[in-house]
Ligand binder design. Structure first.
Ligand code: CDP
Length: 223
């Protein structure tokens, strides 16, 4: 298969990235986790004290944008100005601020331009919130992943505790609910089911079932 773009959208912790990684491996495509890019920018803002509970210095972050290079290593780990920050971007602190950064149009424009550049050669799986709706409305195939709050919270809690991040299940749930609200209600590129997207439900069956269904839909394109 040539010049294929697979988009996977959905809310937080529905399993988009796991499915995207598994599909990328299956087809030997590149995986681009667009959420990691917003997380990298948020990490930068936190690191430079541009955002906290009480303020967000949008103007200074905009001013710094030309000096900020967000990319991916050959292993698909997110990098900030050349340094892999894959672990740093998964912290609860970044999770607590990322949707506030991601709702700003100027930062979205910056990311969308980079995402289009990263995807232009094709043979990529990109996951996020607006990939099938805004970044690649003409993607070869679009998926939208849904999951219950219980499945989502358990998934994220297990991921974080596995990384020895000290967090309670109730903190995880409130972070997911808060981001759901901001991501779905923002003016620019809110989370929606993209036109022509195939909606898949990630339930207790887990990744292998989801992967099987997604592969069968993709392989059907070739026949
Ligand atoms: O890992 P999880 O599914 O929780 O989130 P993520 O994909 O890492 O995305 C983190 C945040 O970035 C989301 O909650 C959105 O606020 C934002 N995001 C976005 O606005 N657009 C995207 N294409 C991807 C992420």
């Amino acid at each position: 298969m040539k010049n294929i773009i697979i988009s996977i959208d959905g809310a937080s912790s529905t399993g988009k990235s796991s499915l995207a990684k598994a599909l990328a491996k299956h087809y030997s495509f590149k995986h681009i986790d667009s959420g990691a890019m917003y997380r990298a920018l948020t990490f930068y803002a936190l690191h430079h004290q541009l955002i906290d509970k009480n303020h967000f210095d949008i103007d200074t972050l905009v001013y710094h944008l030309p000096t900020i290079e967000i990319d991916f290593s050959t292993d698909d780990f997110v990098t900030l100005n050349g340094k892999i920050i894959e672990n740093e971007v998964r912290s609860m602190e970044v999770s607590n601020f990322v949707s506030i950064v991601a709702k700003e149009t100027l930062f979205r424009k910056f990311m969308v331009a980079k995402q289009r550049e990263l995807g232009k050669k094709g043979n990529v799986v990109m996951d996020g919130r607006d990939i099938g709706s805004v970044v690649f409305p003409d993607a070869t195939i679009k998926f939208f992943i849904e999951a219950s709050m219980e499945v989502r919270a358990k998934r994220r809690f297990a991921e974080l505790t596995q990384k020895n991040i000290d967090v309670s299940l109730s903190d995880v749930i409130s972070n997911i609910e808060n981001r759901d609200h901001i991501d779905s209600s923002r003016d620019d590129s809110p989370l929606v089911i993209p036109e022509n997207a195939i909606v898949l439900t990630n339930n207790e069956d887990g990744l292998s079932h989801l992967l099987e269904v997604a592969i069968s839909k993709i392989d059907r394109l070739n026949h």
